[in-house]
Design a protein around this ligand. Structure first.
Ligand SMILES: Cc1cc2nc3c(=O)[nH]c(=O)nc-3n(C[C@H](O)[C@H](O)[C@H](O)COP(=O)(O)OP(=O)(O)OC[C@H]3O[C@@H](n4cnc5c(N)ncnc54)[C@H](O)[C@@H]3O)c2cc1C
Length: 372
């Protein structure tokens, strides 16, 4: 767990210790993120990590980012997820695909943490198969009108800008989809509900409604018909971040399991700790490999999928066995092992489920040029 030149991992660990950990249990109970946490993320520069310096971002490698997300997730998976979504699938696609005008409008505020970003792809009837989304857009002289709904969107109720996807015509499949920048306060855009969840409590997950949501003529992000490419390229990077969040939850699970085993040692508990230790080390190696691929400019879709697949399932295994090691005390609501188990369960789902990662990898390994 070495730190990069910017010392970002150390800063994140200190922020987790001082500000997140003391509030994590209450955040889980109330499902609300305290204002001090978002303010601290902004003040610490984390909201601009790796974004272009010309727009106020801070130079950082993918290795720095995974270090930060891991440390934050040890304190709270919800906080790490807020930042992972803001950076990887909201601000980064604007930096990668936006016009200078769009970048100028959003990136300085996103990088400073004055703005929060979100990513609206999933719909009530379209999750893993994003190409089947049904939210439609039509053009008018004034710009675009969006109609449809989005489900399970992280950060959306508080977000200042949401990278949102809609189709010109569902019968066109992936070629009909375009990406849009949907600012807060857009007429016709509303939040229908905030979803109550098993884990990741404190992270907002919402249903968005678009009823003739009126966007200006400059709202399209990237070329028309390339929306799925915008989404998938963002998600490939996003998976490294989500893998790092899962690694942080796995580490929190390991630390708690070790603490519980030490308090009442037994050989079966020693075996569990040894297994968890091995799982954690393997997850770390895969997350670091994916970040190193990205930093070296190598293709990273395969290593990102591998890291996300393994780290999220490792977090689940460690959390599940940690619950056993902790024994009956773990069953009390709010006990560390109980919260870690609920948080871990989310990571095999978000940004491409375990089954979808297996499908992507399997296709590359069997029918493509994957494997090293
Ligand atoms: C806490 C949370 C936060 C989220 N945040 C966001 C967000 O910010 N933005 C956003 O756009 N979305 C977000 N999502 C949505 C998430 O990305 C989707 O839940 C996920 O992509 C799966 O889609 P689905 O839930 O519709 O499940 P489905 O696609 O309906 O899948 C159901 C099950 O079937 C399996 N399955 C589906 N297709 C196949 C296949 N071809 N082969 C084998 N198995 C398959 C899946 O793995 C899964 O187990 C979030 C979800 C959660 C739970």
């Amino acid at each position: 767990m070495t730190d990069g030149s910017g010392g970002w991992r150390t800063k994140a660990r200190e922020f987790a210790q001082s500000t997140i950990i003391p509030r994590a249990e209450a955040m889980d109970r109330s499902d609300e993120m305290p204002a001090e946490i978002r303010e601290g993320l902004a003040a610490g520069g984390f909201m601009g990590l790796g974004l272009p310096t010309q727009w106020g971002g801070h130079p950082a490698t993918a290795a720095d980012l995974v270090g930060v997300l891991e440390e934050l997730a040890v304190g709270s998976a919800a906080v790490a997820t807020l930042l992972a979504v803001h950076l990887s699938v909201a601000a980064s696609p604007i930096a990668a695909w936006g016009t200078v005008g769009q970048q100028q409008q959003f990136l300085p505020s996103l990088a400073r943490g004055r703005f929060l970003g979100a990513f609206g792809l999933t719909e009530p009837e379209a999750g893993s198969d994003a190409a089947s989304l049904r939210t439609r857009y039509t053009r008018s002289d004034a710009g675009f009108a969006l109609n449809g709904s989005k489900m399970f969107i992280t950060n959306a109720a508080s977000a200042d800008v949401i990278v949102t996807f809609a189709t010109r015509d569902p019968s066109l499949g992936r070629d009909g989809i375009s990406a849009f920048l949907l600012p807060k306060g857009t007429p016709g855009f509303s939040i229908a509900q905030r979803l109550d969840k098993l884990g990741l409590r404190g992270s907002e997950t919402t249903e968005m409604v678009l009823a003739n949501a009126a966007l200006g003529p400059d709202a399209m992000l990237g070329p028309e018909g390339q929306g799925l490419k915008v989404a998938l390229s963002s998600l490939a990077g996003g998976r490294i971040g989500i893998a790092a969040c899962a690694l942080g939850v796995a580490r929190a699970g390991f630390d708690e399991m070790q603490r519980q085993a030490r308090s009442e040692p037994a050989d079966w508990k020693r075996t569990e700790v040894a297994r968890a230790f091995t799982d954690l080390a393997a997850a770390r190696a895969l997350v670091e490999r994916a970040a190193a691929d990205r930093d070296a400019g190598r293709p990273y879709a395969e290593s990102a999928s591998t890291a996300k697949l393994f780290a999220s399932m490792a977090a689940m295994r460690i959390a599940h066995r940690g619950f056993e090691v902790a024994g009956r005390t773990a069953a009390r609501a709010g006990a560390p092992s109980e919260r870690i188990l609920r948080d871990a369960r989310v990571f095999p789902i978000v940004e491409g489920t375990t089954e979808i990662q297996e499908l992507i990898l399997g296709r590359r390994l069997v029918s493509g040029d994957g494997a090293r």
